[in-house]
Design a protein around this ligand. Structure first.
Ligand SMILES: [Zn+2]
Ligand SMILES: [Zn+2]
Length: 303
């Protein structure tokens, strides 16, 4: 099944990987999934991909031959959990006409090219991106400055507090907006006034809630936040719905369902993001649907 383009007035989000740091696998990780970060964002028919974690391979199978000829991948940053799916992205293997553009904002204007060429090269990896059929173009920008694309699309950006930096994004379409805020560590004072202004009144914020407050003292300085800090930020900014994301690989389905119930007592529209979950932002408000049957995945890998 190929990926659906949203009708022109809809803003749609599909989670293809929601785990942070490394994959999770096993019967206790079925509901929320195990792939590392990758999110499909459709502004009407316009496709954006945020991050190229291992979830990108599933998105590639889903897009198949219906993938657009030109594809834009926006990196939050280049830690391994956000780039590992790149050489396994099926549209990159399909033909010479395909152009895949990457955008990277935390390297003070430099593109991701040098870093990706170091990682995806022998002896660390058998092939270079340049040997794949598709043509890659790598663009750098400064986080904080808007990204403007040739077709007129515009995405706002924000520098996040993370080791080496990371970029947050805000997509707007049809009077709706979604923000991608991962990876970051909350700071004092909290909520951060600049970040609050950046996400103000968004319909959905995807937030790095890797830990919970009771774990945080052991993880301080690792560059990640807690779901409680996400709820605090979302409420201060008048955000309508919150997706907790970049999930700790040690948190199983039972743990995450309990955390979700706890966050919903404070913010009823908060939820823990699930792999393959589709969220549609439309005039009636946020509509989050449960992920489609796992059978779809088996079909993908057979194709
Ligand atoms: Zn990460
Ligand atoms: Zn990171």
């Amino acid at each position: 099944m190929s990926s659906r383009a949203a009708p022109s007035d809809l803003l749609q989000i599909r989670f293809w990987g929601v785990r942070g740091s490394t994959c999770a696998s096993g019967p206790q990780f079925v509901e929320f999934g195990g792939h590392t970060p990758c999110v499909e964002i459709r502004c009407g028919e316009r496709l954006f991909i945020v991050d190229a974690g291992t979830g990108l391979s599933s998105l590639g199978f889903d897009l198949g031959t219906s993938a657009p000829a030109e594809i834009d991948i926006l990196f939050s940053h280049l830690h391994l959990d956000h780039i590992g799916g790149l050489p396994f992205f099926k549209p990159a293997l399909l033909g010479k006409e395909r152009v895949i553009r990457t955008y990277c904002g935390h390297l003070e204007g430099d593109s991701a090219m040098d870093s990706l060429e170091r990682i995806f090269a022998p002896p660390l990896f058998p092939v270079r991106l340049g040997q794949l059929p598709a043509r890659f173009e790598h663009h750098g920008f400064r986080a904080g400055e808007p990204l403007v694309f040739d077709d007129g699309a515009r995405v706002e950006t924000f520098l996040l507090n993370h080791p080496g930096g990371a970029t947050g994004y805000r997509f707007r379409h049809g009077n709706r907006s979604v923000c991608y805020i991962s990876d970051l560590e909350h700071s004092e004072p909290w909520p951060d006034p600049d970040l609050t202004a950046f996400i103000r009144d968004a319909d959905l914020v995807i937030y790095d809630g890797m830990f919970c407050e009771s774990e945080y003292s052991n993880c301080r300085g690792w560059g990640h936040s807690t779901w409680q800090k996400g709820v605090e930020l979302a409420k201060a900014a008048g955000v309508k719905a919150l997706a907790i994301f970049h999930l700790y690989p040690g948190h199983d389905d039972a743990f995450l369902k309990e955390a979700e119930a706890a966050m919903q007592t404070e913010m009823p529209t908060a939820f823990v993001a699930r792999e393959r979950q589709l969220v549609t932002l439309e005039a009636g408000g946020v509509a989050a649907k449960a992920p489609e049957a796992k059978a779809e995945q088996a079909e993908d890998f057979a194709s």
